[in-house]
Design a protein around this ligand. Structure first.
Ligand code: BG6
Length: 287
């Protein structure tokens, strides 16, 4: 049942029946596909590189322990370019939820960039029309110490027409505009449409936002977050799309990144403690 083009050892496939499924690549624990009744909701670039090194361009890569550029390591941290472990084979519980659990621990390579002992556990729960992604970050340090980090679920949502897809729920929220010298402003629109290069970090957002006309245009997406108070809205638009080697020149029309994160104020986590955060995607018909 695993899509033919990926070796079964590289992916975890969740099948909830009736064409509802999720596919996760162990490279970066990147969710590649989430289908509801056979309809794909996520975007992956046709030019994405699957070489086990580069971050996958699309789906839901995990940003940790750094959002954005970083003196110690690659942009957006190393989680999205490490191979994760599958902790348990996908299982179905008595309510029909299909569950996967992946993990990543520090190793020689991560300690060279970021010298801390950690474990990240990623649990994914697939239901009929919902998909719950839960991250738990453990500080596995032994002595009295702490580390700081930012994290984010870099979700690439599929749309047939970016000009007809909008984000609802951020009216009145302060944002930092990364394409305009980090200018800050307050969002004044009920429905946010994108029609240019967009890279904004919305700070301290409500726990629910909606994205309209996703997938093949017939669904709306509700995103519910827990401990992910910031939301990044990103679309590279024309020029930046052309400058990205792993992204098609015209593909900006078919994706919108709505990224739940904890990025504005990093988390400080003491040794022996854990931090949990999650996002829940739920789809409903669009009218
Ligand atoms: C977004 C950032 O989260 O990710 C953007 O806000 C960035 O600044 C984008 O361009 C894509 O990043 P990358 O490293 O995957 O090309």
């Amino acid at each position: 049942q695993v899509p033919q083009h990926f070796p079964a050892s590289d992916v975890v496939f969740l099948d909830a029946g009736n064409g509802t499924s999720a596919l996760i690549h162990l490279h970066g624990a990147t969710v590649l596909s989430w289908k509801v009744n056979g309809k794909e909701m996520l975007f992956v670039s046709e030019k994405s590189v699957f070489d086990g090194k580069k971050a996958i361009r699309g789906g839901i890569p995990i940003v940790f322990p750094q959002f954005g550029p970083w003196a110690s390591g690659p942009q957006h941290g190393f989680c999205r370019i490490k191979r994760w472990n599958s902790e348990i084979p996908p299982t179905k519980d008595s309510k029909g939820t299909v569950i996967a659990m992946l993990s990543l621990q520090d190793d020689e390579e991560t300690r060279q960039m970021w010298n801390y002992k950690f474990k990240v556990v990623y649990s994914l729960r697939l239901q009929e029309n919902a998909f719950i992604m839960n991250l738990t970050i453990h500080n596995e340090g032994m002595c009295i110490s702490f580390f700081g980090f930012s994290t984010l679920l870099h979700s690439y949502i599929r749309t047939p027409d970016i000009l007809n897809t909008s984000v609802h729920g951020l009216n009145g929220v302060k944002y930092v505009d990364k394409v305009n010298n980090n200018r800050t402003d307050v969002e004044k629109r009920e429905n946010i449409f994108m029609d240019e290069n967009y890279d904004r970090v919305y700070i301290a957002c409500p726990t629910h936002v909606d994205v309209s006309h996703i997938g093949c245009g017939q669904h709306n997406l509700n995103i519910k977050t827990f401990n992910l108070p910031d939301i990044v809205l990103w679309n590279p638009w024309t020029e930046k799309a052309k400058a990205m080697s792993d992204f098609g020149d015209e593909e900006y029309k078919n994706m919108i990144c709505v990224e739940g994160g904890k990025v504005n104020k990093p988390v400080t986590l003491e040794a022996g403690k854990q931090f949990e955060c999650s996002q829940t995607f739920t789809v409903s018909p669009a009218y």
